[in-house]
Design a protein around this ligand. Structure first.
Ligand SMILES: NC(=O)c1ccc[n+]([C@@H]2O[C@H](COP(=O)([O-])OP(=O)(O)OC[C@H]3O[C@@H](n4cnc5c(N)ncnc54)[C@H](OP(=O)(O)O)[C@@H]3O)[C@@H](O)[C@H]2O)c1
Length: 291
């Protein structure tokens, strides 16, 4: 039985679906068992637990053979990862842990809180004695869906400077996760998951423009102005500052490396951004469901 945390989110929901396609029995950790996705069949057992509540994690992980450990972006996210790892140790069964971290966990850049939180979780996992694998994805293509309104108005405005980023499709991250959870040979491996190319935000704007049928201009927002904008839009300070740090990394070109690990794990090339944008045409133009 495989426990999936973050099971209702962007990646976790796809991991649950991928595991079910392979016939695996899944226990999906959710906060509210009253509102589980309609597509979950009898092979998915929802269990209520909270990353901040160790007793609930003990119950959720009991009997697990493997755990997909994905925590949400949160000021306590590193404690949340530690709590799940500690609960896995307490099962006494040594379940395999596949930690969903972020690109940069091996390079350990200074001053990027989202990556730093995963580094703490990674170190805790290695010290735990559990069998482990780490997935380190770059930013997701899916993040651009949230910018569709601005794209339709002709602008992609982010503080990404001129740095290129090897963004990746969250579906490829999920497919890689399913392989890491269900096949052997991944113990002690860190897989960096990227798309097939590093694209500047200008190139991304052009590709999005081709899909929505208009010129889309990339506006390299000044980092301080971007932070002020997020705060004015009601973002909490911790998350807004974290996003500004992450875009600083992108602008400096530190997220441009392209890895072959998606193909290594899944046996097929990573999806391109153009492929993703074409599939998302409906949602980018203001109608339809996202992938
Ligand atoms: N977005 C990116 O570009 C990117 C790139 C690389 C790495 N990452 C990493 O990916 C992770 C986020 O993945 P995602 O985008 O798939 O997440 P997401 O869509 O934001 O979903 C978060 C999931 O966590 C659950 N959750 C939130 N708080 C919880 C709690 N206290 N206890 C139990 N469950 C809780 C949510 O469940 P509910 O239904 O209960 O809310 C949901 O299932 C983060 O660790 C981030 O650092 C993101």
């Amino acid at each position: 039985m495989i426990v999936v945390t973050g099971a209702t989110g962007t990646v976790g929901s796809k991991v649950v679906a991928g595991l079910r396609e392979r016939g695996e029995t899944v226990r999906a950790l959710v906060r509210d068992t009253g509102s589980v996705p309609a597509e979950w069949d009898k092979g998915v057992e929802p269990v209520a637990a909270d990353f901040a509540d160790p007793a609930s994690l003990d119950a959720a992980l009991a009997g697990a053979d493997a755990v997909y450990l994905l925590v949400a972006v949160h000021p306590e996210m590193s404690a949340h990862e530690r709590n799940v790892i500690d609960a896995a140790v307490r099962t006494g069964r040594s379940p395999r842990i596949v930690l969903h971290a972020a690109a940069g966990v091996e390079q350990r850049p200074e001053g990027v809180r989202f990556v730093a939180a995963h580094v703490t979780g990674y170190d805790h996992l290695v010290a735990s004695g559990l069998p482990w694998t780490v997935l380190a994805p770059n930013g997701f293509y899916q993040n651009f869906v949230g910018m569709a309104e601005s794209v339709r108005a002709g602008k992609l405005a982010v503080p990404g400077g001129e740095g290129a980023v090897s963004y990746v499709d969250a579906r490829d991250v999920a497919d890689a996760a399913v392989r890491a959870l269900t096949t052997d040979g991944h113990q002690g491996a860190v897989y960096t998951l990227t798309g097939p190319a590093a694209l500047s935000h200008g190139e991304i704007a052009a590709q999005l423009g081709a899909v929505v049928g208009r010129d889309v201009e990339y506006v390299a927002v000044d980092p301080a102005a971007a932070l002020a904008g997020m705060l004015a839009a009601g973002w909490d300070a911790w998350r807004a500052e974290g996003m500004a740090e992450l875009y600083g990394l992108y602008a400096a070109g530190y997220a441009a490396a392209v890895s072959a690990d998606v193909e290594k794990l899944t046996g097929r090339p990573a999806r391109s951004f153009a492929e993703f944008a074409a599939e998302q045409a409906g949602v980018l133009r203001g109608a339809g469901e996202g992938v």
